[in-house]
Design a protein. Structure first.
Length: 242
């Protein structure tokens, strides 16, 4: 009696085609995929950092978008000149709190004030740039005095400061003009009381600074002639002096 064994369908297919592993080859072990562990603490920290960054950006955007109404100079205004309505214009700007500016609502107060310094068109108006009184009064003239570093103090000069302009002629010429002999004292130098109106920037090559001063109209031409020779010096008057 004979017994016939029928192979299983899957096994017969492998034997007929050689199978993926071939006859006699062991089957490949299945790949094990490891599942990553979730870390709730790390996820929460990431979410918190993202939220904080978004909040900081929103606050920065909001702060930078806060604009203030301020006054800007609409056209050039010489020092000492009375400010008119046409000299100022309102503007909306985002400013740092450290910047001192005049509110646009105070435009009426600024009209009629005097420019304490030369105002340049397009610049922001600050309270220190205006004065209730003109530094160049009636009966006075404005004279520019060019000074070398050795001809004026190192201390910073400011508008409104009282100074003396000293004539410093050549000693020989001074003695001859006084009728004396060279080497003899020529007497006290001539001085002229003045008020500082504006101080320019030092020239890069020479360090020469031009200081605008207000002097009596009768002395303006004489001072201008002295300045042209370079034989002048500036000293700061004592507080309360003239």
């Amino acid at each position: 009696m004979s017994t016939t064994t029928t192979p299983a369908p899957g096994r017969a297919a492998d034997l007929g085609t050689g199978g993926a592993c071939g006859p006699g080859k062991p089957a490949a072990a299945p790949r094990v995929v490891r599942q990553r562990r979730r870390r709730p603490g790390l996820i929460a920290l990431s979410v918190a950092l993202i939220a904080a960054g978004g909040l900081s950006g929103a606050l920065l955007f909001t702060a930078s978008g806060q604009r203030s109404g301020v006054l800007v100079v609409a056209r050039d205004v010489p020092v000492g000149t009375a400010i008119t309505d046409a000299d100022l214009a309102p503007a909306s700007l985002a400013l740092d709190p450290a910047v001192k500016a005049v509110s646009a609502a105070r435009k009426g107060e600024m009209v009629g004030q005097h420019a304490a310094v030369a105002l340049t068109a397009g610049s922001l108006l600050s309270p220190a740039q205006v004065s209730s009184s003109s530094l160049v009064k009636a009966g006075e003239q404005l004279v520019g005095v060019a000074l070398k570093p050795s001809q004026f103090p190192a201390s910073r000069l400011s508008p409104g400061q009282k100074v003396l302009i000293v004539s410093t002629p050549d000693p020989v010429q001074a003695a001859a003009a006084a009728g004396g002999k060279p080497g003899e004292p020529a007497g006290a130098p001539k001085t002229l009381a003045a008020t500082v109106v504006a101080v320019g920037e030092a020239a890069p090559a020479t360090g020469v600074v031009t200081v605008d001063v207000a002097v009596p109209a009768a002395d303006g031409p004489t001072l201008a002639a002295r300045v042209a020779t370079g034989a002048v010096a500036l000293i700061v008057a004592a507080q309360g002096g003239s």
